[in-house]
Design a protein around this ligand. Sequence first.
Ligand code: GTP
Length: 302
Amino acid sequence: MKRKVLLMGASGSGKTSMRSLIFSNNPASLTARLGATIDVEQNHVRFLGDLILNLWDCGGQDAFMDSYLTTQRSTIFQHVGVLIYVFDVETHEMHKDLDYYRDCLDGLRQFSPDAAVFLLVHKMDLVRDRAPAFERKKRELQEQSEKTPVTVFGTSIYDESLYRAWSNIVHTLIPNAAVLSKHLTMFAEACSATEVILFERTTFLVIATSAPPSAEASDPPDAASELDPARYERTSELIKAFKHSCSRVREEFHALEMELPEFTAVLDEMTKNTYVLIIVHDPTIETAALKLNVRMARRKFE
Ligand code: GTP
């Protein structure tokens, strides 16, 4: 199954940077070397075996934008599954950006009316008061989108916010996400785990999680009620950084085990295209047992 993903936005807004971080495992510090994208750079990214993301990184210089909206209009906007439009939070040309954005929405309504639209207010690391600045931009963008439903995220390549946005985006493209989540919940119960998370292998984006453990008040306080809401995307970011360090010393990353006084974590290959992370708060459970469970569950998840 192939899904077309359009990545659009003004030149310099950060499209190629985020693509190289998420899909090529490059660190943020290398993005300053990226040149401007000429016309459209197409990439096929295999995601979960049979889902192929056909990523169109559309160079954002005016001459290219004008051509997408006129001569290339039908080629660009047909068969789109998802449009991701990137806005530089610090842009001095918001009017122009919005003109182009509205024109792109028109093209999308005309050729792919069912496409999902995600808007990224990017480079949020550059603003001081993030929350109010983001809310203001979000309102403005929602107004400009008129009747088209849009999902807006604040992102930066320097923290986990980029993973949060992209995990949400790819989640809408995964056909059997609910079934996966059900199986993970059963698996979590079998492991006496607090939580189980499934990551895609190359991007380390979150594919599915077990149902959040019930946060009922218990004595001692339930581990579940103390979980950090940003834990998934933080893990994606940390593991990607760790994988990058491994590649620098020419080692390949395979698996990870952590036994801390507070909890045990096992990260292991689940299928050809996924990794599973198991978090256990019961100190009597051995990592070897968890790994055995992963091995036995593999066939079910292939
Ligand atoms: P075109 O290819 O011309 O359309 O531009 P683009 O949207 O692909 O921009 P690109 O990814 O080349 O990024 C332009 C610059 O923005 C680079 O120098 C990046 O390092 C920088 N950049 C990207 N993301 C961020 C971010 O989150 N924060 C900050 N501060 N800078 C960023």
